[in-house]
Design a protein around this ligand. Structure first.
Ligand code: ZN
Length: 613
């Protein structure tokens, strides 16, 4: 199932770039040519367009800087073309000083892996994931052909990156590039998770207990009294803080239910080994002192959050690997009071120190927020943005439960159950520092600290324009950025995304003004903008479907021309074809089996997903 789904996503999203240059790509290429001097593009460097993402605001193209077909590490020019076919944003980490060097490595991939494992003191048997890539790297003013080996290991927390000289084998650097929720700033072959025969897998509905979004938020309580960790023990108050929820589209295979669905997949990724909680009942009801509770809580919040982004908002947000599904280990990270997103394996692990991290949706969404950032930028995640992005998405998710009042201190608590207690202080989305003077810098944990300014500003916008419009502009805006983008440029990108979505995206001039006002008050300098949102910003990208989930007929909204429509199931099989237009815009799906489906429109890059109940 996973491989086929991956193939499908790659096919439908990648076809425009593989087979034919789209109109928008031509516009991006022409813009690059017109701005060659300003961007200081050198004749001996190629710019290779290897990744594009179509979204509600237009399409973003990533041109990677190359010499002889080898990519310069972290060097790209990112160009966004709006629905009106204008280049409205660009970001560049292009390095004109890169010298032309030999791109034939003396060190083989196998030798590089051996050097990396020795350097990291990791046994080959402990390795769960490896990426082995050739890059050109600028290091100490020298241009070096480099092998980058990214290693994940079962008992070594993190995602370890070893950069080594591809001619001499000398190690240039070795560091952990996993993205944590707090405290630290620092070719798939996963074990223990191999799926067997996929033919008998069905989607089913389960039930379980979760915290929405944590036991203090669910009951509007403060940490203390019955509401304390107490070595993971439960009590009547903490049991009562649970909500019973439906677990949608979980896997049923041979009579066994598994916490795997269209958005999240349980896996054993890091110590300790607490298993996969596969069971013959669809009832996953646990209390917090049972390990199954965190597995269900993590699965539910990952699914609920990613389903909201993809189905409710109509955004394309999924990992490129793992069949488009994020893998999670609710009891990993060697049991530390720490959780992380691994960009090598596109997975998340949650530790168990103090409050189990898997009990707090702030931690869960923060970590998968690093994943969202990774997926929509094809890995070009800015360290200036990552922590703030995760805190914003977690804050937006928690605030959507509507439990706290703006006058409550907990309204702005980040990690309100995992933190803000004797274990650690947590963070806030009520940071009032002004940019750039308020920045502490990126060293020594400040990425988390400074990220609070970015997340807090976005939450101010959220309070004015609401969850969906802030989230859409945020995702679409961050998708235009790259690894060199700072908070100010990200603010420009987020507001531009709202402008580019325009009235079709539900934005008014007052909404745009709210972005401008809050960003400007924070100290971000934005270009002047005179609001001119007109209805002609309508595009095919604003097509949406309802009801979703559906049991019978679905209606396609905002169809203004004829489309050939193809429906694919999760196995990548084409299950339905039809024509739609403004008059014939319904689709009878009553004969389709229960499960998740993708709809692809001819000539449109956006893919819609719906659930048949
Ligand atoms: Zn983080």
């Amino acid at each position: 199932m996973k491989q086929n789904l991956l193939f499908l996503i790659f096919t439908v999203l990648g076809c425009a770039t593989i087979f034919a240059q789209s109109e928008k790509e031509t516009i991006a290429r022409n813009w690059l040519e017109d701005n060659k001097n300003e961007l200081n593009i050198q004749d001996n460097h190629n710019l290779d367009m290897q990744f594009s993402r179509a979204g509600l605001s237009g399409e973003t193209f990533r041109f990677y800087q190359m010499i002889n077909g080898v990519q310069i590490f972290n060097a790209e020019i990112t160009v966004h073309v709006s629905n009106r076919n204008n280049v409205t944003f660009h970001a560049t980490t292009y390095d004109s000083s890169i010298e032309t060097i030999s791109t034939t490595p003396a060190v083989t991939e196998e030798q590089a892996l051996e050097i990396a494992l020795t350097n990291l003191n990791v046994e080959a048997a402990d390795v769960t994931n490896i990426k082995n890539e050739l890059y050109i790297l600028k290091n100490n003013n020298q241009t070096i052909l480099t092998r980058r080996v990214l290693v994940s290991a079962y008992t070594k927390t993190g995602a370890w990156e070893v950069m080594l000289n591809a001619q001499t084998g000398a190690v240039i650097s070795a560091k952990d590039v996993a993205l944590y929720n707090h405290k630290k700033d620092k070719k798939d072959k996963d074990q223990n998770t191999a799926k067997t025969d996929n033919s008998s897998i069905m989607m089913a509905t389960g039930t379980g207990f979760v915290f929405e979004s944590d036991p203090l938020t669910a009951t509007t309580s403060l940490y203390g009294g019955q509401y304390v960790d107490n070595n993971d023990n439960t009590n009547a108050a903490l049991d009562a803080a649970r909500s019973s929820v439906t677990l949608l589209d979980i896997e049923l295979s041979g009579g066994n239910y598994r916490l795997t669905g269209p958005y999240a997949d349980i896996a054993e990724l890091g110590a300790p080994n607490k298993g996969l909680f596969i069971q013959t009942s669809s009832d996953f009801s646990f209390n917090r002192q049972q390990d199954g509770f965190e597995a269900v809580n993590v699965y539910y919040h990952l699914d609920n959050f990613l389903r909201y982004l993809n189905v409710d908002l109509g955004l394309s947000v999924a990992p490129s690997g793992n069949g488009g599904v994020v893998r999670f280990d609710a009891h990993g990270a060697n049991g530390e009071d720490q959780s992380f997103y691994n960009p090598g394996s596109q997975s998340v692990q949650f530790g168990e120190g103090c409050v189990d991290d898997g009990e707090d949706a702030d931690v869960i969404v923060h970590e998968v927020g690093h994943g969202v950032h990774d997926w929509i930028t094809n890995g070009a995640t800015s360290p200036f943005l990552g922590e703030g992005n995760g805190d914003y998405l977690a804050g937006s998710y928690k605030r959507s439960f509507g439990q706290w009042s703006a006058s409550d201190a907990s309204y702005s608590f980040m990690f309100g159950w995992d933190g803000h207690n004797p274990c650690w202080g947590g963070r806030t989305t009520a940071d009032t520092r002004v940019y750039p003077g308020g920045l502490v810098g990126l060293q020594g944990g400040a990425a988390h600290n400074d990220g609070q300014m970015w997340a807090s500003t976005l939450m101010e916008v959220w309070d004015i324009v609401g969850r969906e419009k802030t989230d859409k502009a945020f995702i679409e805006g961050i998708a235009m950025t790259n690894n060199g983008t700072n908070q100010q440029d990200a603010a420009i990108a987020v507001r531009q995304a709202a402008i580019d979505m325009g009235t079709a995206g539900g934005y008014t001039c007052a909404d745009i003004q709210a972005f401008t006002d809050r960003f400007t008050a924070r100290g971000y300098t934005l270009p002047a903008y005179t609001c001119n949102l007109s209805v002609d910003e309508f595009t095919a990208n604003s097509i949406s479907i309802y009801p979703n989930p559906t049991q019978g007929v679905i209606t396609l909204k905002n169809i203004n021309q004829d489309y050939n429509v193809a429906v694919f199931n999760m196995l990548g099989q084409r299950v339905k074809d039809l024509n739609v237009n403004a008059r014939a815009n319904t689709m009878d799906v009553s004969n389709l089996a229960t499960g998740a489906y993708f709809i692809k429109f001819n000539g449109v890059d956006t893919v819609l997903k719906f659930i048949k109940e």
